[in-house]
Design a protein around this ligand. Structure first.
Ligand SMILES: *Cc1c(COP(=O)(O)O)cnc(C)c1O
Length: 396
């Protein structure tokens, strides 16, 4: 019987009988796994003796449970095929390892222009050095269609995006990709598998920064890529060479954090919606971007394919950069920090946090408004957050 995401968060991927009769998945720190004797070694390398690990860079029992849990949360493939997940040291290492596994000189990639900044920099500045071509396009299915070339291998996109929470129509995206025999990779960090299940639409690879909602406690860095097992096997081969593993302790912490994943997401979806609605009617607020609001340009797409809309909200205030700083500094509950998805609410001005190095004109060209504020709604009481934002906004 298919289990709910709440049950999968707690039990998904875990062995019922664990080592030492432990109730929770143990943290295994070993770097190597001894063979009983030379005969067992021979049988292992001939594929006749199936056992866990050999050397820590190729796998770890705690990591494997974290991967199985992520795979379970992401849901089945539409064709019923087996999925797998690869855990990585960070979201970026998951993205980099995946892309390096997919390209060779002459490969063409299509990347939507509002993808995560470091992903774009990696494609534009690093992969280009090795003869990998790319086209950066408007973040829509039409934009992607116009950017495809005969040598396009992969479409890299994101949903929702940061900071304007644009969402891409997955049904239309996959149809386009299949017609053109191109693979699709989506960074669904902001949605999480609670709110969006891209594999069910036929997307080939889903990547996450598990640093955000999946870890969920602002205390670990990890990333993951999930897809059909043969594709993940190929990426895992590269991981064994690049070595960008998540440490066993990180895997343990991720399993622990994921136990409350569904419960946290339910709260954060509700709280995000209420805070966005509050902001939208506040006289000091100019505009709010949140996919759960009818005013958001991608609301119809988001509503069609998402269970909820997570808790990242962007808004402009009536004022400029300085007034924005005043609001941020007047907040008593959220911390002034980058990142998102944890229990502590975080607030920041993208113009200063992610684009400090850019002049205002360059920021404008990138669509980063001077009066923009981004907030990650955490797990605090929603009324407390609304009251706090209200007093902070009323200071300008
Ligand atoms: C944070 C983030 C990343 C990078 O993840 P790290 O764990 O920081 O390496 C990638 N994509 C999105 C959408 C993110 O929010």
């Amino acid at each position: 019987m298919a289990r709910s995401i709440e049950t999968l968060s707690v039990h998904g991927g875990e062995l019922r009988d664990k080592a030492h009769d432990s109730l929770v998945t143990p943290l295994i720190l070993a770097t190597a796994y001894p063979f009983e004797n030379t005969d067992e070694l021979h049988r292992y390398f001939r594929g006749e003796h199936i056992r866990g690990e050999e050397y820590g860079r190729y796998g770890n029992p705690t990591q494997q449970v974290a991967e199985a849990k992520l795979s379970a949360l992401e849901g089945p493939l539409p064709n019923g095929g087996e999925t797998d997940a690869l855990l990585s040291a960070t979201g970026m290492s998951a993205i980099v390892t995946t892309l390096l596994a997919m390209v060779k000189p002459g490969t063409h990639l299509v990347i939507t222009a509002d993808s995560y900044r470091k992903t774009r920099v990696f494609v534009r500045e690093f992969l280009a050095k090795f003869g990998v071509e790319h086209t950066s396009c408007e973040p829509s299915v039409e934009g992607i269609a116009a950017a495809l070339k005969p040598n396009t291998k992969l479409i890299i996109t994101e949903s929702p995006t940061n900071p304007y929470l644009n969402c891409i129509d997955l049904e239309a995206l996959v149809k386009l990709a299949k017609e053109n025999r191109v693979k699709t990779m989506i960074d669904a960090t902001l949605a999480t598998p609670y709110n969006l299940q891209p594999l069910s639409y036929g997307v080939d690879l889903v990547v996450h920064s598990a640093t955000k909602y999946l870890g969920g406690h602002n205390d670990l860095m990890a990333g993951a890529v999930i897809g059909a097992k043969p594709l993940i096997d190929a990426i895992r081969e590269h991981q064994g060479m690049f070595g960008a593993l998540a440490a066993p302790f990180t895997a343990y912490m991720l399993i622990r954090g994921l136990k409350t994943f569904a419960v946290r997401m339910k709260h954060q979806n509700e709280s995000g919606q209420r805070v966005a609605e509050f902001l939208e009617q506040h006289p000091k607020v100019e505009r709010v971007w949140y996919p759960g609001l009818a005013s958001h340009p991608a609301h119809a797409i988001a509503k069609k394919q998402m269970r909820g809309f997570s808790s990242l909200i962007s808004f402009t205030i009536k004022g400029g950069l300085v007034e924005g700083s005043k609001v941020v500094d007047a907040c008593e509950i959220p911390y002034l920090a980058p990142s998102l998805g944890g229990p502590e609410s975080l607030i920041e001005q993208p113009a200063l946090m992610s684009y400090y190095d850019k002049a205002p004109e360059e920021r404008a060209a990138l669509g980063i408004r001077e009066n923009l504020i981004r907030m990650s709604v955490g797990l605090e009481g929603t009324d407390d957050l609304i009251a706090d934002l209200n007093q902070a906004l009323n200071k300008i």
